[in-house]
Structures are given as structure tokens and as C-alpha cells.
Design a protein around this ligand. Structure first.
Ligand code: SF4
Ligand code: SF4
Ligand code: FES
Length: 237
């Protein structure tokens, strides 16, 4: 059932339950995001997609990526309050990751000028969880996760040991918006190894000769196909 929603003064009709971000997209309005990808379930972690909604006479600030639309809802994506919240979010992220290009770009677009210079030992992970969710939801390997809290929060392998389930597909590398996961060639025998801060994943001891090992060929084919489709669809990412 389609319902009417007003986004920045524009009337659009969307399926009931469509997220605010998707409804805005239908209206041709782009909301900034860092942890959202429409190939994955919304996560609501970065808070950069904040918008104001008015529904049943109540005005609220919500995350557009995971907030469902309702009939008659009004959405405002660019109010003074929304801009202020987004600026605060970007400042906090920049304090953690001062040299990440996507954050600098967003900061500039929001008129934030006091961006810190690159610091020694800076982190680049903005904790958006895209890599973790892609590995779980699309690849099905569940090789990495977010652990710890506060400033100790990080993406890592279970128990911080070499991952036994990583298949080395490179999806996490591709989807990471800050480029902090790299695939590297590690000698002739091991094939690929992935490094991200203090984690190390050593996925294949057989140089990806899948037909000779336990990794199911069909599964590998599916992963490659999904990844190719994903790359084609989001090649502008
Ligand atoms: S390379 Fe490994 S950790 Fe990264 S998405 Fe693929 S299976 Fe997951
Ligand atoms: S490693 Fe990249 S994709 Fe994963 S949580 Fe950090 S910034 Fe996001
Ligand atoms: S994009 Fe909505 S919280 Fe990150």
C-alpha cells in the first residue's frame, strides 16, 4: 500500500514502512550517510543521516536510514537543527579520524574549517560497521566483528586471532569508506592476507585453489557473482 509523505515540501508516494532515506531518494533528495548501504540492513550507527520528522503533531529528530515513513509524515532534511547535529557528529568523527578523506569532504560541505591536522598513530576506522555487515549478510563468512566499547571499540576477528572463516573475497576492503582495510600479497605461498590496524586475517593456505580444498566451489562462485554485481551497481562509491 502506498502512503503519502512530504519531504522538504515535496509530496511523494512510497510503500508503507519505506525508510525515510529511501523516500528522500525517491524525491531526489540526498541525505549524507556513512554507515548506510542499500545492499545491507540499516545499522543506525554514525548518526550523520539525522533529519527532523513531524508526525501526529510531534516533531522528532531521527536517523533517516532506519526510520520508517508513515502516512502524512513530514520530513525536513536540512533544518538548522539537523545541520548542527551533523556538524557535531562530523567533529566527533574527525577527532577520532582526522585524516579520513570522506570526513574531510563532508566537513567542508558543512562549512567546518577547523579540521585537525594529521596526527601520529591516528585511526582511520569510523566504526560504521559496513565491513562487518557485508561479511555477515552478503558473504556469509562472519569473519570480523565490532568489539569493545568507547575509545577501545574496533573491528577485529573473534578473539583477535587469525580468522578461520575469512575467504579472502576482499568485500570488506571494497566497501570500507575510509580505505582502512587493505589486501596485501604476502610472499608466494600464502596468497593474500588482510591487515587492518592490529588484526590480521590469513584466509587461504592453498592460494585459493578452491577445487582442492574444503571451501565449497558453489559458495565461492556465488560470492564472486554477488560481489561483481555489487561492484557494478555501486562503482561510483
Ligand atoms: S575478505 Fe574475509 S573478512 Fe573481508 S568480507 Fe571477505 S570473508 Fe569477510
Ligand atoms: S573498517 Fe572500514 S568499513 Fe569497517 S567499520 Fe571501520 S571504517 Fe567501517
Ligand atoms: S547512515 Fe544513518 S546512522 Fe549512519
Amino acid at each position: 500500500m502506498k502512503i503519502p509523505v512530504i519531504i522538504d515540501g515535496q509530496l511523494v508516494k512510497v510503500e508503507k514502512g519505506t525508510s525515510v532515506i529511501k523516500a528522500a531518494g525517491i524525491a531526489g533528495i540526498t541525505i549524507p550517510t556513512l554507515c548506510y548501504h542499500d545492499a545491507l540492513k540499516p545499522y543506525g550507527a554514525c548518526r550523520i543521516c539525522m533529519v527532523e520528522v513531524i508526525y501526529q503533531k510531534q516533531r522528532r529528530v531521527v536517523t533517516a536510514c532506519n526510520f520508517p515513513t508513515e502516512a502524512g509524515m513530514e520530513v525536513h532534511t536540512d533544518t538548522a537543527k539537523v545541520r548542527e547535529i551533523r556538524r557535531m557528529v562530523i567533529r566527533l568523527l574527525l577527532a577520532r579520524c582526522p585524516d579520513v578523506p570522506i570526513l574531510k569532504k563532508l566537513a567542508q560541505s558543512m562549512g567546518i574549517e577547523d579540521i585537525k591536522l594529521k596526527q601520529k598513530d591516528e585511526k582511520e576506522c569510523i566504526l560504521c560497521g559496513l565491513c562487518v555487515r557485508f561479511c555477515d549478510e552478503v558473504v556469509g563468512a562472519n569473519a570480523i566483528g565490532l568489539s569493545n566499547r568507547g575509545i577501545e571499540r574496533e573491528v577485529t576477528t573473534p578473539f583477535k586471532v587469525l580468522s578461520g572463516t575469512c575467504i579472502g573475497c576482499g568485500s570488506c576492503t571494497y566497501i570500507c569508506p575510509t580505505g582502512c582495510i587493505e589486501m596485501v600479497v604476502d610472499g608466494e605461498k600464502t596468497g593474500m592476507r588482510m591487515e587492518m590496524g592490529n588484526i590480521s586475517i590469513d584466509p587461504c593456505q592453498d592460494n585459493y585453489e578452491c577445487e582442492t580444498c574444503d571451501v565449497d566451489k558453489e559458495f565461492m562462485t556465488t560470492v564472486k557473482r554477488v560481489f561483481a554485481e555489487f561492484r557494478n551497481k555501486y562503482s561510483s562509491h
